[in-house]
Design a protein around this ligand. Structure first.
Ligand code: SF4
Ligand code: SF4
Length: 195
């Protein structure tokens, strides 16, 4: 295993490191162990040292979710009232058509959904935007494109979409999940009516 030390002395070094992530995450550095004394890039160093693709995807995904959760600190930007109506006047807000919404909100951890806010929210609050999640630069461009679009999906399925890494297969899987969910919903309705 080769070793590569990353030295960060100033903002310029940090920006250069972020720009170089596209090389560091590539096959060129698959036999390289990164290390650095800088705490600010600790998460990135850990991600780059995970050479198993699926494990790296999961790590970066969880790190991005943590960054959003830490920033929002449990804030209810959507201002859901006690009846589950959001600031935009929608019962269950953006999740109203989703299969994964439970009595207490989302039953999964979907990064795409966590990044979405309507103008009623982002006009009033500073929110985490996609480009703020620098850790996602440890993933490929295709993975980042998938993350921007994989709404209404449970976490494990998103991770598999990212692992497959194909936009075309993403849409096929998305369509399959949609049909499956509609059939389950239909069966549930029929069952309810029979009671
Ligand atoms: S983003 Fe807007 S529409 Fe969606 S739940 Fe929040 S307030 Fe409602
Ligand atoms: S997956 Fe997305 S749309 Fe579905 S319940 Fe969770 S946050 Fe809402």
């Amino acid at each position: 295993m080769f070793k590569k030390r990353i030295v960060i002395n100033n903002k310029k070094d940090l920006n250069r490191f972020y720009n170089n992530l596209k090389y560091y995450r590539s096959i060129l550095f698959v036999f390289t162990k990164f290390y650095s004394d800088n705490k600010e890039i600790e998460t990135f160093i850990t991600a780059l040292n995970i050479k198993n693709r699926f494990k790296r995807i999961r790590y970066c995904y969880d790190a991005a979710i943590k960054q959003i959760n830490d920033f929002e600190g449990g804030c209810n930007f959507c201002k859901f009232d006690k009846n589950g109506v959001c600031r935009n006047g929608l019962k269950n807000g953006c999740c109203r058509y989703c299969f994964h919404v439970g009595d207490k909100g989302c039953t999964s951890e979907n990064l795409s959904c966590k990044l979405f806010y309507c103008s009623k929210v982002y006009n009033k609050h500073k929110i985490v935007k996609f480009d703020d999640l620098k850790i996602l630069r440890c993933l490929s461009f295709r993975c980042r494109t998938i993350i921007r679009h994989d709404f209404f999906t449970k976490k494990e399925d998103v991770l598999m979409d990212l692992y497959i890494g194909s936009i075309l297969i993403l849409f096929v899987r998305y369509f399959y999940r949609f049909i499956k969910q509609e059939i389950i919903k239909l069966f549930r309705k029929i069952k309810k009516k029979k009671k």
